[in-house]
Design a protein around this ligand. Sequence first.
Ligand SMILES: [Fe+2]
Length: 278
Amino acid sequence: MQITPLSDHTGAEVRGLDLARPVPQEVQAALNAAFVAHSVLVIRDQALAPPQLLAAVELFGCVFAQHNTRFALPDCPQIHYLSNQDRFPDGRRYIPGEGWHTDHSNDTRPPKATVLHAVSLPSEGGDTQFANMAAAWAVLAPALQQRIAGLVAIHVYQSSHSARKLMALPEAGRERVPNAVLHPLVRIHPENGRPSIYINPIRIEGIVGLDHQEALPLLDELLRHATAERFQYRHRWRPGDLVMWDNRCLLHKANGDYDMEETRYLYRVMLQGEVPRA
Ligand SMILES: [Fe+2]
């Protein structure tokens, strides 16, 4: 197995590994260490059926129950799918993952990681972009670091300030999804100790103790800073890719820049995380 960095701050490519076969303990340890160090693992050339995918991701943790069960695979509901072929009730196409976000931050214990496995890809476009929130924090102006270090944000399923509208939750299982949770605006990574900006434009409804006139421009400023190109790794999908990223220290977004007549379909699994700590 070879592990090669994909940029100087985010991402590593893994080759020479077949996750459909048993993975020795020392390889598992090396993969986990690479994940914590690089925040994104791109494991090439996999061909995993849903049960094999579940077994593979359990090398990294326990599976997290995703919120919107309408996207669950009927035969393997711990795995959801992402597809550009779904539509809102009014007929508009639903393009999953557009706009910068971190997954399921409206949970009291948001998933530490999300895993996607490509099943069908458009012939071009549909990249996933990642922005490294630890790198962005490290060079944030000290005055701004001080200003946000003690702040707490309110996360909800769908922020009223979000430009992107999510698919409504089905009635069944809705009670599992909290109405609102509080998370620090700067969180410490539980495994490597690095502080990260922890924002989410589709989920943050406000900041405790600040009115909207103060909170929204602050969140905009942080988002603009943190998603600058120098903090990004842009993933161009290849057939067989399995990509796993760290939601604790990254924002990500999918690009809806491809031919929508072509199907973009990926399996998605998430792994349980911790309560975010400042
Ligand atoms: Fe996402």
